[in-house]
Design a protein around this ligand. Structure first.
Ligand code: OGA
Ligand code: MN
Length: 225
């Protein structure tokens, strides 16, 4: 028998899948229980205090550079370490979402790369698209916010331009957008290739768990001939 809790989660997965299919993004308040998000926040803050975060950069591999004029957050990549119970629960839920998207949308999502992020007071992330120039593996961007009682005057909103830009044409001043406050438990998901977005300057520290569902790497054999 399916437990009611599980069924509630399936309904949320369904709503997210529908949003990702059309219009290509979804915003869901209370995707995670507030207490889980706040436990993750406390753990994230403790890791930051312990020095586990590094300034984020732009680009990757040899092209990586620190650009505080573009992004001022600090990140802590989650790799193979043993997760805390709260983190394990969060990651298992996101894994369930990935499986759901594969079943519902034939999304072909294989992996998940994920980091914790902290924007200190005054930090922001200028308008960008979440794909690197040399790979299209990032299919879906996922942001889970961890901040208790965020107010509009705290800044730090995610601004997401809602017109897909598959050719990466930049939004104009007339392009519509939504703004999402980074409130504990809110989840945002969008197709990584298609949506310009930015993080407005935060006026108090702002925590999130941010990750990307990756599609299978192109098979090198398919590129022969
Ligand atoms: C990112 C990003 C958005 C947010 O890390 O690429 O755009 O709201 N984050 O934290
Ligand atoms: Mn981004």
């Amino acid at each position: 028998m399916i437990e009611p809790l599980e069924r509630a989660l399936e309904a949320k997965f369904d709503a997210l899948a529908q949003g990702l299919a059309e219009p290509g993004y979804a915003v869901m308040a209370n995707f995670f229980p507030t207490d889980l998000a706040l436990t993750l926040a406390a753990e994230t803050q403790a890791r930051w205090q312990a020095g586990a975060f590094r300034a984020a950069g732009v680009g990757r591999g040899p092209g990586w550079v620190r650009r505080p004029d573009i992004r001022g957050d600090e990140v802590c990549w989650l790799e193979d370490e043993a997760p805390s119970p709260a983190l394990a629960q969060a990651l298992a839920t996101l894994d369930g979402l990935k499986a759901h998207l594969n079943a519902a949308l034939f999304a072909g999502l294989e992996d998940f790369e994920v980091h914790l992020a902290r924007y200190g007071r005054g930090a922001f992330y200028a308008r960008h698209i979440d794909q690197f120039e040399d790979t299209t593996r990032r299919a879906i961007s996922i942001v889970l916010y961890l901040n208790h009682q965020w107010r509009r005057q705290d800044g730090g909103a995610l601004r997401l331009w809602t017109t897909p830009a598959p050719g990466r044409e930049a939004p104009s001043s007339k392009t519509p957008y939504v703004e999402v406050l980074p409130e504990a438990g809110t989840l945002v998901a969008f197709r990584s290739a298609d949506f310009w977005h930015e993080v407005r300057r935060a006026r108090r520290p702002r925590l999130s768990l941010t990750g990307w569902f990756l599609r299978r790497a192109a098979n090198p054999l398919e590129q022969l001939g």
